[in-house]
Design a protein around this ligand. Structure first.
Ligand SMILES: Cc1cc2nc3c(=O)[nH]c(=O)nc-3n(C[C@H](O)[C@H](O)[C@H](O)COP(=O)(O)OP(=O)(O)OC[C@H]3O[C@@H](n4cnc5c(N)ncnc54)[C@H](O)[C@@H]3O)c2cc1C
Length: 411
């Protein structure tokens, strides 16, 4: 029996491991399928990481190294090239690697930290042929940043999430011409700072309310047809425009890697596609915790680390003291607030609710109420789906509540 097994050695897994060790747990094992620790940050060589957490601008590998160094200093055990195949509700883990073969472990607590993956072109149903030259933005990022290959010279990017924006700049810096970034929504899904620094600084056009309607080319991509969309996101065909290009990068969303969570029967939110958790990031399965992008997609890794600290500390307390649930408060939202994490509160200490909105709202008031009683309201000049928001409630504000309701009042 192991005390704590962490699945995934990215920033979430490493940060959770460090906090659990600092909270007194000696027996910790990280299982990582890749050949090194660091997760996706290994390929994110641009800067902008760590501003919140360390007050300095780091590259992805520099940020990851701070954690990897600490994992090593603390002597936390990890196994690389080790793929976890299965976990059960009662915390039996099945994994495999080339030296141990297939092996089983039982743990007092598990932390799920498997990150997320990109939505693929199969999910998009674009008409036309299937030539070479179409990549997810993350795959192109790996080719350029870690393998030294430039996937193409004339690029169109579909989707304006952060990875797409960052790749628009990266491809430009490597000598490619980025013809356009097309975004089906009326706003970008990326951070405002990335629109400025990755598109506007390089005169790359962002075509809002536009999508790719056709792919051209047989062996290699020759071009794409783009069109404006109406308010129902249907292409307006007389706005079609042909753009010659040899590369199409897709940045159309991230999906938490929750296959293992589902095998363990963890309750999954249909909105985040991650586990439903309490303030300690404990899932519906006792002793199984989740943090980082496997729980909900974060825009900044700094908040991933912060969330993983919560999970690591709570898993350590659980290992030492078992489950201690004192209350149960469900958190509901109106449609304007898409979701919160956590979705349930089981302890009456101070709690920070993280959430995303479903559209752009200006001059909005975030209201938290318990039935007819308003607990808190906060003004925000602007809210956008691409930016994760948070609100902190004091223990005394939620004490005695049955259900909390988060809503947005927009003038
Ligand atoms: C392509 C891409 C680019 C990004 N660029 C940025 C950026 O520029 N700035 C930013 O702040 N954020 C960026 N992000 C978000 C970034 O991923 C997160 O902020 C952060 O890396 C999430 O940490 P994590 O530990 O939750 O996930 P990850 O970093 O994805 O780590 C998860 C780890 O779990 C391992 N794993 C998964 N399944 C298993 C299994 N079954 N068995 C064993 N190991 C497993 C994976 O190999 C991986 O190492 C990017 C994300 C992606 C996908």
């Amino acid at each position: 029996m192991r005390d704590l097994v962490i699945i995934g050695g990215g920033p979430a897994g490493m940060s959770a491991a460090i906090t659990a060790r600092e909270s007194g747990i000696q027996d910790i094992l990280i299982l990582e399928r890749d050949g090194q620790l660091g997760g996706i940050l290994q390929q994110c060589i641009h800067n902008g990481f760590g501003l919140h957490k360390f007050g300095e601008e780091l590259t992805g590998p520099e940020y990851a190294w701070k954690y990897e160094k600490k994992v090593k200093e603390l002597g936390i055990e990890y196994k690389l090239n080790t793929m976890v195949l299965d976990i059960t509700k009662d915390r039996v883990i099945t994994a495999t690697n080339s030296s141990d073969g297939i092996f089983e472990l039982k743990a007092k607590a598990i932390i799920l930290a498997m990150g997320c993956r990109e939505r693929s072109k199969g999910a998009l149903n674009i008409a036309g042929t299937r030539p070479a030259g179409i990549y997810s933005a993350g795959t192109a990022q790996k080719y350029v940043n870690t393998m030294g290959y430039l996937p193409g010279k004339n690029v169109v990017i579909l989707g304006s999430g952060d990875i797409g924006l960052i790749m628009a700049r990266r491809m430009t810096l490597e000598g490619a011409k980025v013809r356009a970034v097309c975004e089906i929504m009326s706003y970008s899904g990326g951070l405002a700072r990335n629109i400025e620094q990755c598109l506007n600084d390089f005169d790359i056009p962002l075509k809002l309310e536009h999508t790719v309607v056709e792919i051209h080319g047989k062996e290699r991509l020759e071009g794409v047809t783009i069109a404006k969309v109406d308010k129902n996101r249907k292409p307006i065909l007389d706005t079609c425009e042909y753009i010659p290009c040899d590369t199409l990068l897709l940045s159309v969303g991230l999906i938490p890697e929750n296959e293992l969570s589902k095998k363990a029967d963890v309750d999954i939110s249909s909105i985040t596609n991650g586990a439903i958790v309490d303030q300690d990031r404990q899932t519906s399965c006792e002793g199984i915790f989740a943090c980082g992008n496997v729980l909900h997609v974060h825009d900044l890794v700094d908040f991933v680390s912060q969330e993983a600290e919560l999970a690591g500390k709570a898993a350590a307390e659980y290992i030492k003291q078992g489950k201690k649930q004192t209350i149960e408060i469900a958190i509901k939202t109106d449609g304007k607030i898409r979701y919160t994490v956590p979705q349930v509160i089981t302890d009456s200490k101070d709690v920070t609710l993280f959430f995303r909105v479903s559209d752009i709202y200006k001059n909005a008031k975030i209201c938290v109420s318990d039935g007819d009683k308003q607990i808190l309201s906060k003004h925000r000049p602007k809210l956008a789906p691409g930016e994760m928001e948070s609100i902190t409630l004091k223990g005394e504000q939620i004490c005695g509540a049955k259900e909390l309701y988060l809503s947005l009042e927009v003038q």
